[in-house]
Design a protein around this ligand. Structure first.
Ligand code: DGT
Length: 145
């Protein structure tokens, strides 16, 4: 019998929800993995879902909004031992409904420059420069429209 284990990959979708130069983060609740850490709202893709369907469902469940899922802005991977996550970040500029912390302990809007001061998942800290340049690029694009 072989003792080697194959890696497991978990696909995760998250939303870069932006408003007036700020981005939305939520604090992960106690009793879950990474308690107290600030994340971009989202979660795992269930079997049979497209990434966009998964994110639409997660944002409905976690925030109580119906979001217009924008373009895929960034894809990254991160390794936790023999498990890896594939993180897909989508831009969210439009949604219906009022944001509520259904799942998170707290929600807050932060300026991109404040992100580095928060306790983020390791998977996000490593790619923070890419996330920041994305948010900046989005702002620049909107100003030039
Ligand atoms: P469940 O059904 O209890 O497994 O929960 P889900 O489907 O809401 O997924 P969740 O949020 O527990 O799992 C997402 C995984 O991805 C978790 O290990 C944390 C990791 N992760 C890293 N960065 C982020 C991020 O910015 N947002 C989210 N939502 N997850 C992130």
């Amino acid at each position: 019998m072989s003792t080697t284990r194959r890696a497991t990959w978990i696909p995760v979708v998250t939303g870069l929800i932006q408003r007036e130069g700020k981005v939305l983060v939520g604090q992960r609740p106690e009793g879950q993995t990474l308690p107290g850490v600030w994340e971009f709202p989202g979660g795992k893709i269930e079997l049979g879902e497209s990434p966009e369907e998964a994110l639409e469902r997660e944002l409905r469940e976690e925030l109580g909004i119906v979001a217009d899922i924008g373009p895929l802005a960034l894809a990254a991977t991160h390794r936790y031992g023999l498990t890896g996550i594939v993180l897909l970040f989508f831009r969210i500029d439009f949604w219906k409904g009022e944001l509520k912390p259904v799942h998170h302990t707290e929600l807050k809007w932060v300026r991109p420059s404040e992100l580095a001061k928060l306790k983020l998942p390791e998977a996000n800290t490593i790619i923070l420069p890419r996330i920041l340049s994305l948010i900046d690029a989005d702002r620049a694009n909107r100003v030039s429209l």
